[in-house]
Design a protein around this ligand. Structure first.
Ligand code: NDP
Length: 479
């Protein structure tokens, strides 16, 4: 049973109510989650406010040591964490073990050490005056995260918020609460002082909304859908809260004929279907230069057909379950839309019914569609599942126009061996992140985030440390 973590204690929701948590690979409830509301958020904010003076004045070495301890305890329990993430989300166990949980650990380790290099600036005005910048923690901050990379994205927000001396009220997705609950147990064991981190579980429209509208929460870091981001901004902006919004994407994967073909093909299978396509950075629109279109289509389809869809707990599974029935139905409705818009399904397109333990689970075949115009709904709207479209192109100008045609601007991928072209296209593509001849290579020091409807603000490295602090300039007259 998942519990809230408020003021250092594991407690039930004030309402005393719970809702079911599902195992997507079986399609059945297997646990219960507290149905929290504004009363629980109020308790969490009070605890955070109380903890703030001491935590913000705790020497940075001590804060860093506690955060490192949290990282090492997750490392100790990595097997349990990976299994829990796999069962809760439906992702393959191997992926949780090699990506999600190690990266969550790395988030804590990275920010626990990055803080030591975080210095303030000084601006000298010759002999007139000298300015220096103080960067103080904000106070109580809110963090709201999605279900696709549950612990990984949750810690991406919590680690920089805590290390800069803030106290946090956080809500993981109601669909995948378990590893956040396990993290609360770890925080208690690591000796994180009471109230410094509070994790409140519940629905977005209740618990999440109570975070965005609470007057004492001065900053909100949110990762999730664009519509939810807009709702949060409409509440938080008039209250002058600091906002960092990491939202949806419809990322282009641009393949030029001169690319390193084998490398491109192997990585494109991953960038299309990893985590069932439920990664905001997946390349869901694949643009292929005409001379290699037919060859790519044949090879890519053949490789995709070999992906093993199966029980996420099995070591040889490539594709696990879709996170919820509702999301599975949304993806299937987009495949139907693609057909209505004139698309041809080259492979996949259907729900998969497995045998044994997973016979009622929510699985979808990796799906490749061609023959759609770049500006139809299927190619403009985020599907967030194992569905990609193939679109041929002739010129750089044409592919840039098509790639930049959605409202989103999160990430893009470019495959070419032509160095000048790679830089030229990267400079003109409207996304916050551009990968050239690779995908998902992450250096935690780099700015992470999207343009346009993919978000506001940047996370990662110094950007995150700056977001969670308030800059104040002190000007000292010298004469
Ligand atoms: P949602 O926007 O539905 O939910 C994200 C979080 O917000 C959840 O915790 C949710 O709670 C909560 N929430 C929902 N409604 C509200 C509200 N009115 N006020 C406050 N909080 C609310 O996104 P998903 O969980 O479906 O995640 C998928 C989306 O996340 C995709 O669009 C994907 O592109 C995006 N994403 C973006 C990333 C990026 O870095 N840019 C990375 C990963 C995902 P509940 O679960 O209870 O609804």
């Amino acid at each position: 049973m998942v519990k809230n973590y408020i003021n250092g204690e594991l407690v039930e929701a004030v309402s005393g109510q719970f809702f079911d948590n599902y195992d997507p690979s079986e399609g059945t409830p297997y646990d219960i989650t507290p149905d929290s509301d504004e009363r629980d958020i109020e308790l969490a904010v009070k605890a955070a406010e109380k903890a703030f003076p001491k935590w913000s004045n705790t020497p940075v070495e001590e804060r860093s040591a506690i955060i490192m301890k949290i990282a090492s305890l997750i490392q100790r329990d990595i097997g349990e964490f990976a299994r829990a993430e796999c069962v809760d989300n439906g992702k393959p166990l191997a992926l949780a073990k090699t990506v999600d949980i190690p990266r969550a650990i790395r988030n804590f380790e990275f920010f626990a050490s990055a803080i030591h290099g975080f210095s303030s600036e000084s601006h000298s005005m010759e002999d007139k005056a000298i300015n220096y910048t103080l960067r103080n923690p904000i106070g109580v901050v809110g963090a709201i995260s999605p279900w696709n990379l549950p612990l990984y994205l949750f810690t991406w927000k919590i680690a920089p918020a805590l290390i800069t001396g803030n106290c946090v009220v956080a809500k993981p997705s109601e669909i995948t609460p378990v590893t956040a609950y396990m993290l609360s147990e770890i925080c208690i064991e690591a000796g994180l002082p009471k109230g410094v981190l509070n994790i409140v579980h519940g629905y977005g429209h209740k618990t999440g909304k109570a975070i965005s509208s609470h007057p004492k929460i001065k900053a909100i870091t949110f990762t999730g859908g664009t519509k939810t981001g807009a709702d949060i901004a409409s509440i938080a902006a008039p209250m002058f809260k600091k906002l960092s919004l990491e939202l949806g994407g419809k990322n282009p994967n641009i393949i030029f004929a001169d690319c390193n073909y084998e490398q491109m093909l192997e990585t494109t299978v991953l960038s299309s279907f990893r985590n069932q396509g439920e990664i905001c950075l997946c390349g869901s629109r694949i643009f292929i230069e005409k001379p290699i279109y037919e060859k790519f289509k044949k090879d890519f389809t053949a490789k995709t057909k070999k992906l093993k869809i199966g029980d996420p707990l099995q070591a040889n599974t490539d594709q696990g379950a879709i996170v919820s029935k509702e999301h599975m139905e949304k993806i299937l409705s987009y495949i139907q839309l693609a057909k209505e818009e004139g698309g041809t399904v080259l492979c996949g397109g259907n729900r998969v019914e497995l045998e044994g333990r997973c016979k009622n689970g929510w699985f979808i075949e990796p799906t490749i569609i061609e023959g759609l115009p770049y500006n139809c709904r299927t190619n403009l709207e985020e599907i967030f599942g194992p569905v990609v479209t193939l679109i041929p192109f002739e010129t750089e100008e044409e592919v840039l126009k098509m790639a930049n045609s959605t409202e989103y601007g999160l990430a893009s991928i470019i495959w070419t061996e032509n160095l000048s072209r790679a830089h030229r296209v990267a400079a003109k593509i409207q996304t916050g992140i551009v990968w050239i001849n690779c995908w998902m290579v992450r250096d935690l020091r780099t700015p992470f985030g999207g343009m346009r409807s993919s978000g506001v603000g940047r996370e990662g490295g110094i950007e995150a440390l700056r977001f969670f602090t308030e800059a104040r300039n002190i000007c000292v007259k010298l004469q």
